[in-house]
Design a protein around this ligand. Sequence first.
Ligand code: SF4
Length: 717
Amino acid sequence: MKLSTIPLAVRTTCPYCGVGCGVTATAQPDGSLAIAGDEKHEANRGRLCVKGAALGETLGLDGRLLQPALRERGQLRDASWDEALDRVAAGFARAVAQHGPDSVALYVSGQMLTEDYYVANKLMKGYIGSANIDTNSRLCMSSSVAGHKRAFGEDIVPGCYEDFELADMVVLAGSNAAWCHPTLFQRLVRARELRPQMKIVVIDPRRTATVELADMHLPIKPGSDAWLFNGLLCHLARQGRADRDFIAAHTEGLDEALAAAQDTCGDLHAVARACRVDPALLLAFYDAFAATAKVVTAYSQGINQSSSGTDKVNSIINCHLLTGRIGKPGMGPFSLTGQPNAMGGREVGGLANMLAAHMELEDPTQRAAVQAFWDSPRIAHQPGLKAVDLFRAVEEGRIKALWIIATNPVVSLPDADQARRALAKCELVVVSDIVAGTDTNAYADVLLPALGWGEKDGTVTNSERRISRQRSFLPAPGAARADWQVLCQVAQRMGFGGLDYQSVHEIFDEHARLSAWRNEGATARVFRLDGLAGMSRRDYDELEPIQWPVTHGEDGKPRGAARLFGDGRFARPSGRARLVPVTPRGPANLPGGDYPLVLNTGRVRDQWHTMTRTGKSPRLAGHVPEPFIDMHPQDALLCGVREGELARVMSDWGEMVARVAHGGGIARGSLFVPIHWSGQTAADARVGAVVNPVVDPLSGEPEFKHTPVRVEPFGVA
Ligand code: SF4
């Protein structure tokens, strides 16, 4: 593609996973674009995975949504921005006037930049007056958020990527980091090459690419993680590994947590049976963890996407609190986020139960502080609907107008056919996207063209709390506009006065100042950007990646923090961390009867979400060219299907079709199906249609890793 107008070289950030790699995009003499890893970015130090390296191949305008469109008499027609914005504003205003603020909702995304996210959250909570704004990040890391808040008092990842290199043992629980967080995994493997005493342990029911490079693999029964970590807690206590000084000075709840663990997991052989692992292997892991001071336990969707995900997170954190292994170099629990700005969304209150700047919606003092800062006419008084409940409310007619931004719920939600039914019934469906023809767009009454990577401008925050600039270097295609501009233009048409920003810099500055805002009586918070408040436009443009909390250094420059809690001070009112009692619970729906197999879902190495961008690169498509059902050959035989044949996966909620594969990493009784493919393939390959919609009661995160299913040859009625 010809990119003759772009600046010579731009430092920006990859738009895919939560590692948040720095990228340099350099215009070539022939007008093409060279993509490379940014040597100066601490997240990746010059590395890129294959998805990041292929970014230049995904920027063409084929399939882009370039013009607003309105549905009339069942057909979409091109429209002007004025027509489209008027329709959105009028539809939202009418629903609010007739049915109240909770009759409208926003469903947003960890793909959005922090500035876009901030404006969306402010519009809904501070002006419309409802907290019915939730995000697709609900589907990937909300259990970690809830677990952090229970243990630390605030949603905080205590450590940094460097800890993976400094540790003597890195435990990866429910994480296929080799495929899902590749450059971080490369750093880890390189560190082990330099220090062979370092060990990598993987806890995963599947034999993944990550397992291939591990020193130890515990192939646990799906869903049994909390038994394993509760058993570890008991073992550490029995072995005298508790850090008594740290516990006495900086924690509470040890006795209750130990008692709960002891009840169910005090006996190693009972834990081994519950986890379906060899007791000798389990003991070897427990002994190695006990004997190694510098341990990082990193966890991802295999832990979070569970009906007891929050408890699983706390069972991990408990082991680190018991041993005082937190906030110090090379040790700590670490939540690996899936999306590029899952963390930034948390900062601005993108979840339905949070307010901007990590303040709590249900805390009247913090609520008043945010409203006073915004000088807004109202503020939502109660948590809004979380993703799965939100789409139920749409189907039930309680939500009349829904605005979806940068996500494709008809593919990605659990029970995805329910999302279809909901959107088909909704009075007004607005979709902002960069792509014209997603499964979700088929249900839009209003389509709004958005800016993509390289076109939009703002910040993202990665898994280690590092804020980086995503810079624009391409012109806006067609009539596409930034999400923040569109949100402001709708707000103005609805008569709201506090959303008239002129630039992303202005929004970021307000976000930074809000994080520093204290009202009398407001609890001190860790999430603070004091050192970035009041930045000039130029400083914002030139902002170097920096980890929050950001204070003013002695030289007057912003100073970030690599680790938190090293001083033993936590964000809870007592100043102490809490060990949370965990009683392990199995998955909500168990296999048996008509559905004897367990479906697990996840990513493949070279695709991202519903493939609207990575699907454009032939190089990326070459890795896994089509959807598949990975199953054990003996299970396939029993189901009457063979490798390479099309088969149907069916559950109580829906069905999908793909080809059978024998990847070799699957135990008897389980399947693995990737999340990326849509209903636009020859046969419907949306695995979301099969996934049960049961959620964790605390976090609202769905149980994507465990749905009872059966498999039949395709074509059998
Ligand atoms: Fe880095 Fe993740 Fe992008 Fe790969 S996908 S380049 S690991 S941010």
